[in-house]
Design a protein around this ligand. Sequence first.
Ligand code: MV4
Length: 464
Amino acid sequence: MFKKILVANRGEIALRVIRACKELGISSVAVYSEADTDSLHVRFADESVCIGPPAPGESYLDPRKIISSAEITNAEAIHPGYGFLAENPDFAEICESCEMKFIGPAHDVIRALGNKSFAKKTMSQAGVPIIPGSEGEVSSLKSAHEVAAEIGYPVIVKASAGGGGRGMRVVQSSTQLEKAFDMARTEADLAFGNPDVYIEKFIADPRHVEIQILADSHGNVIHLGERDCTVQRRHQKLIEESPSPIMTISLREEMGRSAVEGAAAARYVGAGTFEFLVDSDLNYYFMEVNTRIQVEHPVTEEVTGVDLIKEQILIAAGEKLDIKQQDIKINGHTIECRINAEDPERNFMPSPGKITAFHMPGGHNVRIDTHAYANYVIPPNYDSLIAKLIVSGDDRREAISRMERSLEELIIEGVPTTREFFQAVFKNPDFISGNYDNSFVDKFLAHEKSEPEVKEGLTAGEEK
Ligand code: MV4
């Protein structure tokens, strides 16, 4: 086992990894930028190294800073967390050439799965259902027209190097195809340095359902059920839950088997997530693989009882998975809300600043993953996540009720947060019934706007 791990990240996920290290008896090294001097991950790690100015490119995103910090502290492995260098194949390769263990899949696997059209081809060959569309990249307008005519409009043009919703364009009819194709290629080239695009059938009103997997270096692969991440705004997840309200035992088994077979085909090692779209008839289609630990991983930890970060570390150290597929049981229901320093009244504008008052809810089945505290100053340089509020119950109704109770107890003053937005969502009949799709947040916000302050002026028993 490793004696020392460097955590190449900040915020709540750095803290989460440090906690796992402590429980495994592994010493931890924090790295921090000048904006994070007062951060808890620095306080709680065994050692820390300042790696430069607040700008991510000069600190958390600079492989030279990370590698040299690992070398001077004699760390044997690097946990990248999520974001920053977590899915950068060049960084994983640099780690390997420095004989530093990268806690994640091999660099060539990250690279292969990072190309979305190649990943789709790999998964299709492994028998995983994919959305009908082009086989690989579409390099000419002529073949774009041929593919689109074949599958039928509407279609979607996606960047091969994109992902997470970046670099996509919906096309309703052949008259719009030329413009969309050219713009998608230009944008992809600018954003990712790669103009390649592929085309697929546009799936209306889908849900985002992802399967968590663990794969060890001995060929064992298991899945840990799903997370429903359909409640998003502009490709930012806001609420995640498990089980998915639409899930059945047989669909979970099918999707789980697909993810396991896909992971084996890609020679995947580590923790990973298979993203699927699920349509209104419960057909599921592979979208992409996230080769990192994800923000919403605690949802799976709570319903399965498996510590995913510890498993990542054990797998990276070459251990065999000691959990078998039959051991995985989904217990109860877990929901996570991302409490962000954002102003829902101003288009969810990031609103960093000083947290003047801070109180986190507690009690049975309430978990908070946060790096924040009273008088903490949220720097403007990074993401706006303040805390993940993760609550569990015997069933979805109890989890929702507990979430409402927890949101009421939660106090964050000094910066606007997404708390009140969530409080309104948990009163929404479509959320409560589990009957939502990827248009939920937009519809919900449009409805809120058109009926401002309905609740005020109403007395108990009245209806709108
Ligand atoms: C789609 C789609 C409809 N049809 N692909 C968004 C994130 C990225 N992983 C893929 N995304 C989508 N791909 C086809 N063929 C709709 C989306 C999509 C979406 C999917 C799930 C949850 C929220 C979403 C919001 C916008 C678009």
